[in-house]
Write a protein that binds this ligand. Sequence first.
Ligand SMILES: *[C@@H]1O[C@H](CO)[C@@H](O)[C@H](O)[C@H]1NC(C)=O
Ligand SMILES: *[C@@H]1O[C@H](CO)[C@@H](O)[C@H](O)[C@H]1NC(C)=O
Ligand SMILES: *[C@@H]1O[C@H](CO)[C@@H](O)[C@H](O)[C@H]1NC(C)=O
Ligand SMILES: *[C@@H]1O[C@H](CO)[C@@H](O)[C@H](O)[C@H]1NC(C)=O
Ligand SMILES: *[C@@H]1O[C@H](CO)[C@@H](O)[C@H](O)[C@H]1NC(C)=O
Ligand SMILES: *[C@@H]1O[C@H](CO)[C@@H](O)[C@H](O)[C@H]1NC(C)=O
Ligand SMILES: *[C@@H]1O[C@H](CO)[C@@H](O)[C@H](O)[C@H]1NC(C)=O
Ligand SMILES: *[C@@H]1O[C@H](CO)[C@@H](O)[C@H](O)[C@H]1NC(C)=O
Length: 203
Amino acid sequence: MQLLNLLVLAATTLGLQALAKEIVITVGGNTTDDAGAVFEPQTVVAEQGDVVVFNFTQGNHTATQALFASPCIPAYFVDETVNGFNSEFRNAGNFSAITTLPVVIDNPNVTIWFYDHNTCAEGGVGGINVNESSWETLDGFARNALRLNGTGYEDTLPTTTATRPTTTSTSNSTGTSENDATRVVKLGGAAVAPILALAIAFL
Ligand SMILES: *[C@@H]1O[C@H](CO)[C@@H](O)[C@H](O)[C@H]1NC(C)=O
Ligand SMILES: *[C@@H]1O[C@H](CO)[C@@H](O)[C@H](O)[C@H]1NC(C)=O
Ligand SMILES: *[C@@H]1O[C@H](CO)[C@@H](O)[C@H](O)[C@H]1NC(C)=O
Ligand SMILES: *[C@@H]1O[C@H](CO)[C@@H](O)[C@H](O)[C@H]1NC(C)=O
Ligand SMILES: *[C@@H]1O[C@H](CO)[C@@H](O)[C@H](O)[C@H]1NC(C)=O
Ligand SMILES: *[C@@H]1O[C@H](CO)[C@@H](O)[C@H](O)[C@H]1NC(C)=O
Ligand SMILES: *[C@@H]1O[C@H](CO)[C@@H](O)[C@H](O)[C@H]1NC(C)=O
Ligand SMILES: *[C@@H]1O[C@H](CO)[C@@H](O)[C@H](O)[C@H]1NC(C)=O
């Protein structure tokens, strides 16, 4: 009887482990011809409870959560309610200082967008659970990054990121419609002002 219980327990444990997958995104690809290659793969599909592990292997990069309409700015600068993840700068050298950032997926129905600070302006971006049938595609996100050319980030980067927790929370990256995206793209630099004001409010 005890043995049976043990077997059931073992099976249950194994079953649960099989349900929660670890999905690795390598950060450090050769970005000479394609900035998007910094993330390999650029998009992944994850279920609830899965852990997306950013594996920093080469070069100096970040994995920072953003909103669709503002690809190169930490999500929490744009929307305080989004406690997005941010690895901060990870200099992995040439496989000499490998580190990882695990991100637990709470809600697979919400797309999580992210970028690398140092290549974002050229399209160093990616996404978790991207819905390519919706308006918010990876291409659209990368286009926003190129058009905005990293706008706003340099102004908001310094002390503010250091004071934010490096979190694995993945709450809420929705709430930006294509209209928001278009508006930000059209406004260009003008959209930076409120973001900067928001950043200053953090200081
Ligand atoms: C990166 O890619 C470029 C262009 O394909 C190539 O010239 C360069 O040698 C590559 N760099 C490394 C470190 O592999
Ligand atoms: C990260 O990459 C290194 C080098 O390729 C590899 O040895 C390591 O297993 C990777 N880590 C994970 C969590 O996949
Ligand atoms: C990483 O890149 C950032 C921004 O380009 C830079 O400020 C920082 O000094 C770099 N870190 C290292 C260790 O080179
Ligand atoms: C990384 O190290 C390998 C082996 O030492 C070398 O062949 C390669 O050129 C290095 N890459 C970079 C980007 O320094
Ligand atoms: C995601 O959507 C599916 C289908 O609508 C639903 O069954 C599920 O509960 C949702 N998951 C979460 C975490 O909201
Ligand atoms: C993807 O987006 C399309 C168009 O908005 C929508 O009909 C569909 O339900 C979405 N799929 C998922 C899995 O959310
Ligand atoms: C993008 O930003 C960089 C650095 O701020 C600048 O050197 C470059 O000229 C900009 N490119 C465009 C197309 O505006
Ligand atoms: C997501 O954002 C919406 C609108 O800003 C808010 O009503 C909702 O509570 C947020 N959900 C989470 C899980 O933070």
